[in-house]
Design a protein around this ligand. Structure first.
Ligand SMILES: *Cc1c(COP(=O)(O)O)cnc(C)c1O
Length: 436
């Protein structure tokens, strides 16, 4: 299957028949059940002892498994783990790698929920983070690495200013230090970039966004490369090679290169407990079947809108990595071969009141905090997602009083341009004489 094109695999790379089912459903069946009956008496002990079969949905569920199978294939990873939200995915991924006393080096250009996790929650467990703002400077990353560092963390395309990282270079740096690179691939999706194929070790997703695409459910995923450096694992991640209880084989002895995701699946996710509903898993799976079509259309729409906005006198700047004016454009051309994504920000000439008038005038765009939806969405970051930051912190991530973040949908591009155009004329502070 894996040689077929992405658009074919998003439909066909999933388990087909569920043995013993009363009929072979063509859509993925929804096993909306807390648990599963044991067939033979000894099946119960086999499940608890060797992990065979299904018993309880927090430990495993065929609907969830089917979506994990597809996601792993599309990301070019060995296994995926579906979770209840993107936040759950990042949390479980990091708790599977780090323990108290250890350290993360993260890009400054990340989702605000992740920043909060790294700055406020993980430190209470003894895991600290240093942030790198000049993310294209490899020496800045290297300088932040401590003997206790166990993960580098960045986003493939970042919010709000569409920054990219050089994934192969960052992966090589991580591997020189015997540690892993974790990439949040929510904005790019595996259709645009597959970080694991570029050398990253772990990918996390908010499946609530493009993977689902319909904006009906929350979900998250971890996808693992299935590549573990046998020479450094005992030194850097001893929990993966420690003997099991009563001298049982270690995870590494048991599953080899899949020890990292096995630890997340067997030890972290079921104990902390952010299990997705099988119904939500089904809806994410349905979304994934049309991922490439949506992202292709959304990226084309975004490119057209970004170019149009950049030409307008009411606009101070457009941060879209598909534009030649973006500082990471060359990297984008190298790594994002099928489009530049659908989420970007632009800054109006004016202030917060200009932004308010603009948002209130929009008719096709929906004002909400979400992204990756089939509908076009708009948000004013300075007063919402980024309100808790200081002015200097906001400026550092490209959020100004007149900045708006858009997530472009699949609507007809002319209707989107018309909507932006009429809202600009309502909102603009630029004198009509300059506009003419
Ligand atoms: C939304 C988002 C998250 C968090 O995902 P939830 O599903 O909302 O928990 C993490 N990273 C990025 C880049 C996001 O956009």
């Amino acid at each position: 299957m894996s040689r077929r094109a992405f658009t074919t695999r998003q439909l066909h790379d999933r388990p087909r028949r569920d043995d013993g089912a009363i009929a072979a459903a063509r859509a993925t069946p929804i096993y909306l059940t807390a648990g599963f009956e044991f067939g033979e008496y000894d099946d119960a002990a086999a499940h608890f002892g060797r992990g065979e079969g299904y018993a309880y949905t927090r430990i495993g569920n065929p609907t969830i498994d089917a979506v994990e199978h597809t996601l792993a294939a599309l990301e070019g990873g060995s296994q995926a783990l579906l979770l209840a939200s993107g936040q759950a995915a990042t949390t479980v991924a990091l708790l599977s790698l780090l323990e108290a006393g250890q350290h993360i080096v993260a890009s400054t250009h990340i989702y605000e929920g992740t920043r909060g996790l790294l700055r406020e929650n993980l430190p209470r467990l003894g895991v600290t983070t240093d942030f790198v703002s000049e993310i294209d400077d490899l020496s800045a990353w290297e300088a932040a690495i401590l003997p206790t560092t166990r993960a580098l963390f960045a986003e493939s395309i970042s919010n709000a200013s569409n920054r990219l990282v050089d994934i192969p270079a960052l992966a090589a740096l991580a591997h020189r230090h015997g540690i892993v690179l974790v990439i949040d691939n929510t904005f790019a999706t595996p259709y645009l970039v597959r970080p694991l194929e570029l050398g990253a070790d772990v990918v996390v997703h908010s499946a609530s966004k493009f993977l689902a695409g319909h904006g009906s459910v929350l979900g998250g995923a971890i996808v693992d490369s299935g590549r573990i450096d046998a020479a450094t694992v005992a030194h850097r991640y001893p929990h993966l090679v420690a003997a099991g209880r009563g001298g049982a084989p270690s995870l590494f002895e048991r599953v080899g290169q899949d020890a990292r995701i096995a630890y997340a699946r067997e030890s972290v996710a079921p104990r902390f407990g952010p299990t997705p509903s099988p119904l939500n898993a089904f809806l994410i799976g349905q979304g994934i079947e049309t991922l490439s079509l949506r992202v292709e259309r959304q990226s084309a729409n975004a490119q057209a809108l970004a170019q149009w906005l950049e030409s307008r006198p009411e606009i101070a700047s457009v941060d879209y990595v598909g534009l030649a004016s973006h500082r990471d454009h060359e990297l984008a051309v190298r790594d994002l071969t099928d489009g530049f994504g659908a989420v970007f920000s632009f800054t109006l000439r004016g202030d917060v009141e200009t932004a308010r008038r603009f948002v209130e005038a929009l008719e096709v765009f929906t004002h909400m905090t979400h992204l990756g939806d089939v509908r076009s969405l708009v948000l004013h970051p300075a007063s919402t997602s980024h309100a808790a930051l200081t002015d200097a912190e906001r400026t550092a991530v490209g959020v100004h009083p007149g900045t708006l973040r858009v997530s472009i949908g699949i609507e007809d591009v002319h209707d989107l341009i018309d909507d932006l155009s009429q809202a600009l004329s309502v909102a603009s502070d630029v004198p009509v004489a300059v506009l003419a």
